[in-house]
Design a protein around this ligand. Structure first.
Ligand SMILES: Nc1ncnc2c1ncn2[C@@H]1O[C@H](COP(=O)(O)OP(=O)(O)OP(=O)(O)O)[C@@H](O)[C@H]1O
Ligand SMILES: [Mg+2]
Length: 439
């Protein structure tokens, strides 16, 4: 109510937009003048007109998006050639070896595999070779849940309709098998982020899939597994390890110079010529190479920097826009990490945030445990022991979501002193995210 008394209409409009971070101070000033003269809505029309009158920074923004497959893939020649040579026997109707691909995040694994599959399919089509490729990303929420759901998804990817629940898993498995075996053909099944599948449903399913060829009469199946968890293959059933890892391909991280090259080639198509300021590509590349050379991060930084510059009415992306983009990307990453945590960890984090939402800046494990139990009761989650909760708190600390310092309490044992390590405005977003995740 105070807002209505203190500010005239056009200022309220401005405040609203500032809150939404839609427009910056420069355009706000224009809006204020025209808003003052001609009533609020006309001001907005002017604003949109002005927006459309400006030269856009992006001329083909989709080139900067993650799922875009560029024509040229620099610095992955050796890996692409290796994948192509492993999969090429499919063109002679011979079963390619199973293949396991690993490398850290953003090293071009998914892109390279999709590119090679595309080219392979194209050649097979031209030559009339019966080849089918199936790509499944196991990270997608709807998939990597239970063996049943994974098999359902695989059967669907082979064009068969399977009910979401109700059939015995064996039967869904048979539906998949018969779809693969319906004709003489080579089927290449790509399981991307395969570690997620095993984490949620165990490695039994992989064991069954790698043994499927003995049951096929007409077709042959090859499996390509992709993971950014280097330890994954060491921890699976040794029989799966030897079968899936018949061939291996490693994707090393890019260095800063390679990242710059990658950015440059994509930016050339995505941005209006002359719209990238000096040092911008170098800075994005250097930022993205800091932990390990991650092309996704480099591209995201440049895209977001472009969006920030556009919103600030700049016709050139400058180095300062990258600093702002870095901050935003970092925030989004925190939210993504939280969404990927198991429910128990999310409940512990939620308890911590609730306790630290007021004036309290520090809490201890025991308090978190009490709050956590309340939350579990509310959402129907099984309560773990305080010892386990203490471990989860340590994990959240490792992820950088909270700070947890071990305190010795002499003969009363040990506890952890917990405080927040993320900025206040992000805490609010995190709280909303957790609410959504925990239902
Ligand atoms: N050599 C390259 N040239 C052009 N773009 C690239 C290159 N390598 C990666 N990219 C781009 O970087 C982003 C990340 O690549 P990709 O998805 O292939 O990574 P990944 O290794 O599969 O990572 P993750 O393990 O996280 O799934 C994508 O947008 C992709 O198009
Ligand atoms: Mg990938």
């Amino acid at each position: 109510m105070w807002l209505y008394q203190r500010y005239p209409f056009y200022w309220r409009l401005i405040l609203f937009f500032r809150k939404q971070k839609f427009i910056n101070v420069v355009s706000l000033a224009t809006l204020e003048v025209s808003g003052g003269m001609m009533a609020g809505q006309v001001g907005l029309t002017d604003f949109f007109e002005q927006f459309l009158g400006k030269q856009p920074l992006f001329i083909n923004k989709k080139v900067m998006q993650a799922n875009y497959i560029p024509d040229i893939i620099p610095h992955r020649k050796a890996q692409i050639e290796l994948l192509a040579s492993i999969l090429a026997p499919a063109l002679r109707r011979e079963k390619p070896s199973n293949l396991f691909i690993y490398g850290k995040t953003g090293t071009g694994k998914t892109l390279s595999v999709r590119y090679v599959l595309q080219m392979l399919e194209q050649t097979a089509r031209q030559k009339g070779t019966p080849l089918k490729t199936v790509y499944v990303n196991c990270k997608l929420k709807k998939i990597a849940d239970t063996e049943y759901r994974i098999m359902t998804e695989l059967a669907r990817a082979m064009g068969r309709d399977v009910p979401t629940t109700g059939l015995p898993t064996d039967e869904v498995y048979n539906v998949f098998l018969s779809a693969v075996d319906e004709q003489e053909q080579i089927v290449i099944l790509v399981l991307d982020e395969i570690d997620r599948l095993v984490a949620k449903a165990g490695d039994e399913i992989l064991y069954n899939l790698t043994r499927i060829n003995s049951e096929l009469k007409h077709a042959q199946l090859s499996i390509v597994g992709i993971s950014n968890d280097v330890r994954f293959i060491e921890n699976v059933d040794p029989r799966v390890k030897s079968s899936l890892g018949e061939e291996e391909a490693i994707f090393p991280p890019y260095n800063a110079a390679e990242l710059k090259d990658i950015l440059e080639k994509r930016a050339l198509i995505a941005f209006r010529p002359g719209s990238l300021g000096e040092g911008v590509l170098e800075k994005c590349a250097a930022f993205a190479a800091r932990e390990h050379g991650d092309a996704r991060r480099a591209l995201e930084l440049l895209r977001v920097a472009g969006e920030v510059a556009e919103r600030e009415n700049n016709d050139i992306v400058k180095e300062e826009h990258i600093d702002k983009a870095e901050e935003k990307v970092e925030r989004d990453r925190v939210l993504e990490i939280v969404a990927l945590q198991p429910k128990q960890s999310q409940a512990v984090l939620h308890a911590t945030l609730v306790l630290l939402s007021g004036t309290k800046k520090k809490i201890e494990t025991g308090e978190v445990f009490e709050k956590y139990k309340e939350i579990c009761a509310q959402i129907g989650l099984a309560v773990l022991t305080q010892r386990r909760i203490s471990d989860l708190i340590a994990e959240l600390d490792m992820l950088g979501l909270i700070n947890a310092k071990v305190l010795s309490k002499g003969r009363y044992g040990r506890t952890r002193e917990i405080y927040l390590s993320i900025p206040d405005d992000l805490v609010e977003k995190l709280r909303l995210k957790l609410k959504e995740e925990l239902g």
